[in-house]
Design a protein around this ligand. Sequence first.
Ligand code: TEU
Ligand code: CA
Length: 572
Amino acid sequence: MVASANWFRNASVYQIYPRSFNDSNGDGIGDLRGIINKLDYLRDLGVDAVWLCPIYASPNDDNGYDISDYQAIHPDFGTMADFDELLAGLHQRGIKLILDMVLNHCSDEHPWFVSAKSDRNSPYRDWFHWQPAATDGSAPNAWGSFFSGSTWEPVLAADGQTDYYLHLFSKKQPDLNWENPRVRQALYAMMNWWLDKGVDGLRLDVINLVSKKSGYPEGEAVPGSAFTSAFHQCANGPRIHEFMQEMNQAVFAPHGAVTVGETPGVSVAHAQAYTDPLRQELSMVFQFELMELDSGPLGKFDPVPVSAQAIQAVCQRWQEGLVARGWNSLYWNNHDQPRPISRFGSPEKYRELSGMALAAYLYLQRGTVFIYQGEEIGMLNLPWQDASELRDIEAHNFIREAAQLPEWTPDKIWNGLLAKGRDNARSPMCWNGGRSAGFSDNLPWLRVHPEYERINVAESRARPDSLWHFYRRLIELRRNLALVGDGRIEFAASPHPQLLAYRRYNASGRELWVAVNWGDAPVLLADQADLSSWPVWATFANQAESLLANYPDQSVAAQWRPWELRVWLSLE
Ligand code: TEU
Ligand code: CA
């Protein structure tokens, strides 16, 4: 067994978006009791931990990422007693709980901000970022928010003066001022309160944005980047590592809590600094490079095709970059991203085959795995009909903003949303072929996938060769094979652009080989020349056992079938 402080190294974490997981009381919104009712499902899948997206009191401008009380459960989700029961039920089954902490901003309805906004002399005024208007009365600088429009919102004070407050996300998500030590202490005390309850870890929302440069320098938009200039000015700011170390000492270390920082835009070098155990900052971070591969010149909603080689290049850079210091997280999707088979796989022709190939390719690398609800049954993006079906603030703000810009036609806007909109992931979990896919006995808050009768948990569990059973085996294999947690990795130069492979090895002398044909087209390696630059599968396979496969017959031939996956472990 892996030492307990490092339990996360071989672990698979299952992410739950509570609004969309399971509705127990028929109001169309998933809730904590709904999760409690599915605890045996999580045990059967075999996951080591659950990451729960925000469940706190919130006006839901951004579905709970705008928190108005960090120590209260949103009534839509249930009560604190429900929470305690959920935590106990997880622990009874040997599953750990990771809570989502939104520390960069709170809700504009949080009492801190209500006070700060109403009175310049409020003790909470300095808990936020306030700036006077520019000389012409406009916003302090030209920063653009993640959710379109300016990052600055004007507030008219009693004396007739206008001040602006900073919000990197929606205007209902004012940024907290981490320069003020009282803010940091309040957040640390709040997190300690949750950890004292027995919570095992924390996912820290956009944590690399909390240290702002003094003077809010405008900077320039970086061409070809999915992120705005505000983002570039605020990411990995001047005091960020000091803050992470202080928080580690005050909160994480005393509880032995595992942490994963959501850090858009981090480089390998940044990630080393955040996750080197000697520095005592974070256990790991979510980096975004796989998620940015399909962003075109106009950003996230301008999707471009992604090659297998591009995927391997990102994986290789991160795996090699964090091998000596630091730790990777491995994920294909979350509540902000589209469904991975729709995005990187073959949703129509080879839904399950490509789902298996994607999962094994990434999740047998070195790092902690994060599986997003529905991924294990191969859920897909939705064929949305029109904007009235969408619920996400990002989508609606984008539609409004892009409609004013000449480079965006209505078709281009809509195609971008179909491919990349966040509601794709937030559509309710499909449990069975019954009413509302078994998610609710009422009309859900967001449209159910129209193919729920074909793609659902009951169907997938009933079929031994399904994607669900593949995920269960993969999770088990990760946990039981030390090589997956601690082994080194070497990526293979490929004889064909569509073939990706790597091997894992450690001091034991055993080796794990993983290879995938990344595409719908079969690949035939014709001659010896091709094979010389490729792992010699035929030789290796003679002294190895097949551990996982997505075709029933694992013949080791020069012929690679569509999305064929081969995972081999050398014999002892
Ligand atoms: O996301 C921050 C983030 O960087 C993105 O994933 C972002 O949501 C998306 O790319 C916008 O294009 C986190 C949360 O995961 C997200 O749900 C919240 O909306 C956001 O922070 C604000 O709290
Ligand atoms: Ca409910």
